[in-house]
Write a protein that binds this ligand. Structure first.
Ligand SMILES: [Zn+2]
Length: 239
C-alpha cells in the first residue's frame, strides 16, 4: 500500500488483521511456514468479505510447537508478549480500533499465550476503546459435525490444497509417527511437561481435498467477518 491508500483504508474501516503462525514442521508433505501462510490467505479473504481492513504481512514468530522436529523455530512467552504489545501499540498509533489476531498455529502454548495477551492488552488499554479479537481459525467453526483442527492432518492439508496447492507435496507424505525427531532438549520444549502428543489417526492422502479445504476456509471467513462486523458496530467504528 502507498501512504494515501493506507490512510484511505484506515479511514474507511479501522480494522487491522494480523495473520500469525510459526515456522514449524508439518510432516513431510507441507511447508514449514504453513500456519502463517494459511492465516494470511484467510485474513485477505476476510478483508475482501468486509470490503475493507488492513492485512499485515504474515508473522512467523510464535510459541511451541513441534520443537523437536525438522525446521521448527519457537519463541518465549516473554518475547511474544513484548512483540505483540509493541505491535498493538503501533497499530493503535496508526488508527486501529479493532485488531484481529488470527493464529493459524494452535496448541496449548500458543493458545494460552494468545488469549492471555489479548485480554490483558484490552484491559490495560480499556480507555482507548481498542478491541482485540484473538483466536485460532477453527474456533466456532464446524464442518460435518467436526472442528477443523489438526496438525498437518486432513484439515490443514485440505486448506493448503485449496489456498496454496503448489506448496503441497502429497507424493512426499509419510506417516508422521515414522518420522524421526531431530533435536534433543530444544528451548521451550513443551513435550517435557505434556509427554508425547498423539495427534494423528487420519488417512491424510485419502481424506484431504481442495474441496474440503474450500468449505473450511469459507466457514472460517464467514465467521470471522461476522465477528469483526459485530465488534465494529459495538465500537461505532462503522455505520
Ligand atoms: Zn499448523
Amino acid at each position: 500500500m502507498s501512504p494515501d491508500e493506507f490512510l484511505a483504508a484506515v479511514d474507511r474501516l479501522p480494522v487491522f488483521l494480523v495473520p500469525t503462525g510459526l515456522l514449524e514442521w508439518h510432516a513431510d508433505h507441507l511447508p514449514l511456514g504453513l500456519d502463517a501462510l494459511k492465516a494470511h490467505a484467510i485474513c485477505l479473504r476476510v478483508a475482501e468479505r468486509l470490503g475493507g481492513g488492513v492485512v499485515l504481512p504474515p508473522n512467523y514468530y510464535g510459541r511451541p510447537g513441534y520443537s523437536r522436529y525438522a525446521g521448527t523455530l519457537t519463541f518465549s512467552d516473554a518475547l511474544m508478549t513484548l512483540l505483540f504489545t509493541e505491535l498493538c501499540d503501533q497499530l493503535r498509533k496508526v488508527g486501529a480500533k479493532v485488531i484481529v489476531l488470527l493464529t493459524g498455529h494452535y496448541g496449548p502454548c500458543q493458545m494460552d499465550w494468545l488469549k492471555r495477551f489479548a485480554s490483558g492488552y484490552e484491559k490495560e488499554h480499556a480507555s482507548s476503546g481498542v478491541r482485540l479479537i484473538a483466536q485460532a481459525e477453527y474456533e466456532g467453526v464446524e464442518i460435518d459435525g467436526q472442528t477443523p483442527w489438526d496438525h498437518a492432518g486432513k484439515w490443514e492439508t485440505s486448506m493448503m490444497l485449496f489456498l496454496r496447492p503448489e506448496l503441497v507435496r502429497m507424493e512426499r507424505f509419510r506417516e508422521p509417527t515414522t518420522i524421526p525427531r531431530m533435536y534433543e532438549n530444544p528451548p521451550h520444549d513443551w513435550y517435557r511437561e505434556t509427554g508425547e502428543w498423539t495427534w494423528w489417526g487420519q488417512d491424510v492422502p485419502r481424506d484431504s481435498s481442495a474441496e474440503l479445504g474450500r468449505r473450511c476456509v469459507e466457514a472460517i471467513v464467514e465467521r470471522m467477518a461476522r465477528e469483526v462486523r459485530a465488534a465494529c458496530a459495538a465500537r461505532g467504528a462503522v455505520s
